[in-house]
Design a protein around this ligand. Structure first.
Ligand code: C2O
Ligand code: CU
Length: 576
């Protein structure tokens, strides 16, 4: 009896001791090919070592989602099933694709619906990601953990001597933070008390003693991470949001803001003792997200203005075929030239004092107006090259993100971008006004970038630009633009006025027959008798019919939107 209880106490102590230590870093599964099934659902995960599971949102799993591996040039088909009890969207952050496939706040997937966007991958090899984007719900859905990485591969990147064995010498690191309450649930707050890497608390990983690549994504609601190593070693930035840099850039710190990605190489040859990848946030100023030190209130958190460990690294011996040196050159980016720009658009970031519908002076807006889903801020002519100049008069810095394009930073307050920011980007940090007080004032900060808006004209569906701090985005720090083709005249005579469906009743495949040979379909939506959207097909290819095998028997309506007139025609069919 005595012995047994002693044993229990010893094991209990050992258990608690190991809890205080590290957890194995979770590496998300990968999905490859051209057909990707994603099921978004409410679920649970054992985030804490002890106590309740945490209510989470996951894609195909318990939390976060699989890493999608795309090959440049492939046409990828995404089957996104919303099994949440709530509408959501999935946005392919950084991908150049049609607006109707983009998954912004307009492509709402109702509960139970299957959304099937597809597109040709034209992005460079780099690390991208996907995440919910439902207006005013983005922070909540991202906090639940819904999201995933995208790795694009291309022939240029594949020809370089770079580590690319996923989970072995090519390690994804999704950086975020959460506030975990006493019942082990996530609080809906902009800053958490605990850092999570790949949704793992106190993560550790064992890597081989060779050159290792890390793909770092800042997936936090608000916090920036000032990345470095505990021994202050040099690492080499090889890629930014939208592709490789011309050459590796040696650094000891990189400040990664919400939505941004970098890829780095680190040479661990001969390494024996464990080291940490840390956020050196104690050195950040008050105007940098995570550099504030609020003692209390909704922004108070244990990590504010602190240095903290993100990933503890242990070492094992090198693999066969290890990459053992840092390449000297990577690519030759042909950047856009200011002289080629047709227009400079001046955007402002201000607080929202006095602006109707806002939360007052403590929230932020773009161009002095609160985001509205039905207001288009800019009409960008197809093939325009544009300079966007963002002037931040607020006392705080904001990571600005634009959909549709990857851009080149021209200047940050008049200076050229740093070498690690001189490639392709889709997020740029616009620091707060300098020299003002906490309430503002001071000299605004100005960032300029240049982008070319080629392909994908669509007068109906806009692309978004916004602050990637989801709290700010949800509060209305967002705007939208449409890319339009001036040569594309609306011809209502080309409207698909009638179509029929066959066979009817149908069982597996539903075929379309058009009265007009010039069929150009913008959208097909299948709705059940209760009006619930079951299937959402943007720009569907209808020649081979559509797969209805998963529909339960009953009567359905097909709502077909014509590409030119955007008029909707409806036909019913019976699924047997
Ligand atoms: Cu990653 Cu509009 O967002
Ligand atoms: Cu912001």
């Amino acid at each position: 009896m005595k012995l047994k209880s002693l044993f229990t106490i010893t094991t209990l102590l050992a258990f608690q001791y190991s809890n205080a230590q590290y957890n194995q870093l979770w590496i998300p599964d990968t999905l490859t090919g051209t057909n990707f099934n994603l099921s978004i659902k409410d679920t649970f995960a054992q985030i804490c070592n002890t106590g309740n599971q945490t209510i989470t949102g996951g894609i195909n799993g318990k939390f976060w989602g699989p890493t999608l591996i795309f090959k440049k040039g492939d046409i990828v088909h995404l089957n996104v099933k919303n099994n949440l009890n709530d509408s959501t969207t999935i946005h392919w952050h950084g991908m150049h694709l049609p607006a109707v496939m983009d998954g912004g706040p307009h492509q709402v997937i109702p509960p139970g619906a299957l959304w099937q966007p597809y597109w040709k991958v034209v992005n460079n090899a780099a690390t991208y990601w996907y995440h919910p984007h439902l207006h005013e719900m983005t922070m909540e859905h991202i906090t639940k953990g819904i999201g995933g990485l995208i790795i694009v591969r291309d022939s240029l990147e594949s020809s370089l001597k770079l580590p690319r064995t996923y989970g072995l010498d090519d390690i994804p690191m999704v950086l975020t933070d959460r506030d975990i309450n006493s019942s082990r649930q996530f609080d809906l707050v902009p800053y958490g008390d605990s850092c999570l890497v790949n949704m793992t608390l106190r993560a550790q990983y064992t890597v081989p003693t060779q050159v290792v690549r890390f793909r770092l994504l800042n997936a936090a609601i608000e916090r920036s991470f000032n990345i470095g190593f505990s021994d202050n070693r040099t690492f080499y930035v090889i890629g930014s949001d939208g592709g490789l840099l011309n050459a590796p850039v040696p650094l000891t710190r990189y400040l990664l803001h919400a939505g941004e990605r970098i890829e780095i190489l680190v040479d661990f040859k001969g390494q024996t003792s464990a080291i940490d990848i840390k956020a050196f946030n104690s050195t950040l100023g008050n105007a940098i997200p995570g550099g504030e030190n609020f003692p209390n209130g909704p922004f108070a958190n244990a990590l504010g203005k602190k240095d903290f460990v993100m990933l503890h690294l242990n070492f094992k011996s090198a693999t066969g075929n290890a990459i053992t040196s840092i390449p000297t050159a990577l690519t030759n980016n042909v950047l856009l030239k200011s002289a080629d720009a047709q227009i400079t658009r001046a955007l402002t970031m201000t607080d929202s004092a006095g602006v109707p519908g806002t939360l007052g002076p403590n929230t932020f807006i773009i161009n002095h107006r609160l985001f509205k889903l039905n207001y288009i801020d800019y009409n960008v002519p197809l093939n325009n090259t544009e300079i966007w100049q963002i002037t931040n008069s607020t006392a705080f810095g904001h990571p600005f993100h634009i959909h549709d394009v990857e851009f080149n930073i021209i200047s940050v307050n008049g200076a050229a971008p740093s070498a690690a920011q001189a490639g392709w980007k889709d997020v740029v940090f616009v620091p707060g006004a300098t020299g003002g007080g906490p309430g503002g004032g001071g000299t605004p900060y100005v960032v300029k970038f240049i982008a070319k808006f080629d392909d994908y004209a669509d007068a109906l569906h806009p692309f978004m630009y916004h602050c990637h701090i989801s709290l700010h985005e949800d509060e209305g720090m967002m705007g939208q633009f449409v890319v339009t083709d001036p040569s594309n005249k609306i011809n209502t005579n080309e409207n698909i006025t009638s179509f029929s469906l066959y066979p009817n009743p149908a069982n597996q495949t539903l075929y379309f027959k058009f009265n007009n040979s010039n069929q150009n379909v913008y959208y097909v939506r299948i709705v059940d008798v209760l009006g619930r959207t079951i299937l959402m097909l943007p720009a569907p290819e209808l020649n081979n019919g559509i797969d209805i095998s998963q529909l339960i028997p009953g009567v359905y309506s097909v709502m077909l939107t014509d590409a030119y007139s955007k008029k909707v025609s409806i036909q019913n069919f019976v699924k047997e």
